[in-house]
Design a protein around this ligand. Structure first.
Ligand code: ZN
Length: 495
C-alpha cells in the first residue's frame, strides 16, 4: 500500500491533555489513518496488522526529538477578510495554527448588507467596500472557491445584525421589530453555516444594547448547537459586573458561552481576576462557560479616547491620516504635534492602538485557569500590529509552559487544540486520533518561542518545523508552501 505521508520518530502530544508518547503517524487523503508506537508495533488502525512493515509513503518526515501535536486552533481572530487578502496566512501557519475562528467581538464580514458608513469597531474589518457578503453562504462560497492555508469557522457579529436592523441608528435599545429582524438574520446565518453569535458590547455599535436584547438572540443558538462568544461590556472598572452579565445571558439562554480575551484592564482593576475566575468557576457547575486569552499584558484595538485614559502607555498601530506614525508612542506624537492627547487622537483618527494596561499576575492566573483556551485576537491589517498576531501560540508553549512552568506542555497544547475543538464543536479536529483530519504541527519543544515584539511585530516564531492542514504541508523550512487546503467549517446543524 502507498499512503501520502509518514511522520516518524516523533513524540505525540495528542491534544487531550494526556502525557506524550512515542509514535509514528500515517496520513492519507487528508486524514490520520494510522498511529503506532514503534516499540511494540501496536497499531490503532484496526484494518491492517503489521502496518509498519507493510506500507510506503509518498513523503516522509523525520520528527526525531520533536513533538507532533494537533494543529493549533486560534479561537479568537479577526481574519475574516485576511484569508482572502493573504491566503498564505503566514502570520498563523508560522505559529502552527491550522484553524481560525473569525467573526469575533461582534464584528463579522458576513452576513451584512448595510450600505451606510460603518461605526466603530466594524471599521477594523475594512472600509465599506469590503462588505460584500449579504449572507454567510456567500462568504462560504467565496472561501471554498479561494481557499486559504488554514481552515476557518465564522461567528455572526451582533453589531452587524444590529447596525443593519436599526439602519445605522444604533445609539439606543433595539425595538421589538428590530430584534425580530436580527433573530431572523441570525437564524439564516446559522442555517448557512455560521457557528454562533459574537458580541462586542464594549464598543459604540453595541454598547446601548441591553442584556435582554442579547438573551433574545442567544436563546436561538442551542437549537443549532451554536456558541455564544462575548467581548464583554466592560473589561476594566466593571469587569466583575460584566462577568455576572455574561453568566446571566449564558444561564438564561442556556447557551454554550465563551468570554473573549478575558482581562482586567487598568491599574485600578489589577487583581480582579481572582474574583472573576471564582465567579466563572462557580457558574461552570451549571453552565457551559469558558474563556480565551492571549499571552500579553497589552491589548490592541481602535484608538479610542475611553481606552487611552486607563492605559499606562499607548502605541499607535495605524492611522489613515498619518500612515507614518505607526509604531510610535502616543505621548511622543502629542509632543511632536504640540497638541493635547485628545486633540492628537482627533488628528490621527481613524486609527488603531496598543494599550499597555494589564498585570502579569492577572494574565498568569487567567492563562492557568482550566477553562482557558488560547486565542490571538491578532488584527491582521495593522501596519504595526500587536505582536500577538505572529507570536501567541509559540509564546504560550515557550515562555509560559517551558520557561515559567505555568502548566505542563501537554496542558498548554490542550488549551490550543482539544479543548478548543470541543468547545467550538469542530468535529474530528483538535486531537490526534485515527480518522481525524490531519491538521498537525511538528515543533521543537526545546526551542519553540515567539520572536515578534512590540518594536518588531512581524517576525515569525522559532521552533515550528512543519505544519499540515487536511493532510497537506503548508509550512516547511521556515516558509509557506503553495498548498491551500483550508476548509470552511460550518456549524453542526448546517445542511
Ligand atoms: Zn474583542
Amino acid at each position: 500500500m502507498e499512503y501520502d505521508i509518514h511522520i516518524k520518530n516523533g513524540e505525540i502530544i495528542d491534544g487531550t491533555g494526556a502525557p506524550k508518547f512515542k509514535s509514528d503517524i500515517v496520513i492519507d487523503k487528508g486524514k490520520i489513518i494510522g498511529i503506532f508506537p514503534p516499540e511494540n508495533g501496536d497499531i490503532r488502525d484496526n484494518s491492517e496488522k503489521h502496518f509498519l512493515s507493510n506500507f510506503k509513503a509518498k513523503q516522509t518526515f523525520d520528527a526525531k526529538n520533536k513533538i507532533i501535536s494537533p494543529g493549533f486552533i486560534d479561537v479568537h481572530t479577526h481574519d475574516d477578510d485576511n484569508v482572502f487578502l493573504d491566503p498564505t496566512m503566514s502570520s498563523k501557519i508560522s505559529q502552527g495554527v491550522t484553524t481560525c475562528i473569525a467573526g469575533n467581538c461582534g464584528i463579522s464580514l458576513a452576513p451584512f448588507s448595510y450600505k451606510g458608513n460603518v461605526p466603530d469597531p466594524i471599521a477594523l474589518l475594512g472600509k465599506e467596500n469590503v462588505f460584500r457578503f449579504p449572507r454567510v453562504k456567500d462568504y462560504k462560497n467565496e472561501f471554498e472557491n479561494n481557499p486559504s492555508t488554514v481552515n476557518l469557522a465564522l461567528l455572526t457579529g451582533h453589531s452587524m445584525l444590529r447596525v443593519e436592523a436599526m439602519n445605522g441608528e444604533f445609539k439606543r435599545e433595539a425595538r421589538p421589530k428590530e430584534i425580530t429582524q436580527m433573530v431572523k438574520r441570525l437564524t439564516t446565518a446559522l442555517e448557512d453555516g455560521s457557528i454562533g453569535l459574537s458580541t462586542g458590547l464594549a464598543y459604540p455599535a453595541a454598547n446601548d444594547a441591553p442584556t435582554s436584547e442579547i438573551i433574545e438572540l442567544a436563546k436561538i443558538l442551542p437549537e443549532f448547537d451554536g456558541i455564544f462568544t462575548t467581548h464583554m461590556r466592560n473589561e476594566a472598572i466593571d469587569v466583575i459586573k460584566s462577568v455576572n452579565e455574561t453568566i446571566k445571558i449564558s444561564s438564561t439562554a442556556k447557551v454554550r458561552t465563551v468570554i473573549s480575551h478575558h482581562k482586567c484592564a487598568g491599574r485600578d482593576n489589577w487583581g480582579k481576576s481572582k474574583t472573576t475566575l471564582k465567579l466563572i468557576e462557580e457558574a461552570k457547575k451549571d453552565n457551559f462557560l469558558d474563556l480565551d486569552c492571549y499571552p500579553y499584558t497589552a491589548s490592541s484595538t481602535m484608538l479610542l479616547k475611553s481606552f487611552v485614559k486607563r492605559a499606562d502607555r499607548v502605541l499607535v498601530t495605524w492611522s489613515d491620516n498619518y500612515p507614518d506614525v505607526s509604531g510610535q508612542d502616543l505621548n511622543d506624537l502629542a509632543k511632536k504635534f504640540g497638541l493635547s492627547i485628545d486633540k492628537t487622537i482627533d488628528k490621527l483618527y481613524p486609527a488603531g492602538a496598543i494599550y499597555f494596561q494589564m498585570d502579569d499576575q492577572d494574565l498568569n492566573r487567567i492563562l492557568q485557569f482550566p477553562g482557558t483556551m488560547v486565542g490571538s485576537d491578532g488584527i491582521p491589517g495593522d501596519r504595526h500590529p500587536h505582536p500577538r498576531l505572529w507570536g501567541t501560540f509559540p509564546r504560550v508553549l515557550g515562555k509560559y509552559s517551558r520557561e515559567m512552568k505555568l502548566f505542563p506542555l501537554e496542558e498548554a497544547v490542550y488549551k490550543m487544540t482539544g479543548k478548543s475543538a470541543g468547545v467550538f464543536g469542530l468535529e474530528a479536529r483538535g486531537t490526534i486520533d485515527v480518522n481525524n483530519y490531519a491538521d498537525l504541527v511538528i515543533f521543537n519543544p526545546d526551542t519553540i518561542i515567539d520572536k515578534a515584539s512590540y518594536e518588531t511585530p512581524k517576525l515569525h516564531a522559532d521552533g515550528i518545523e512543519n505544519v499540515f492542514v487536511n493532510g497537506e504541508v503548508v509550512w516547511a523550512e521556515d516558509s509557506p508552501t503553495t498548498n491551500r487546503p483550508g476548509m470552511f467549517l460550518p456549524g453542526k446543524k448546517f445542511n
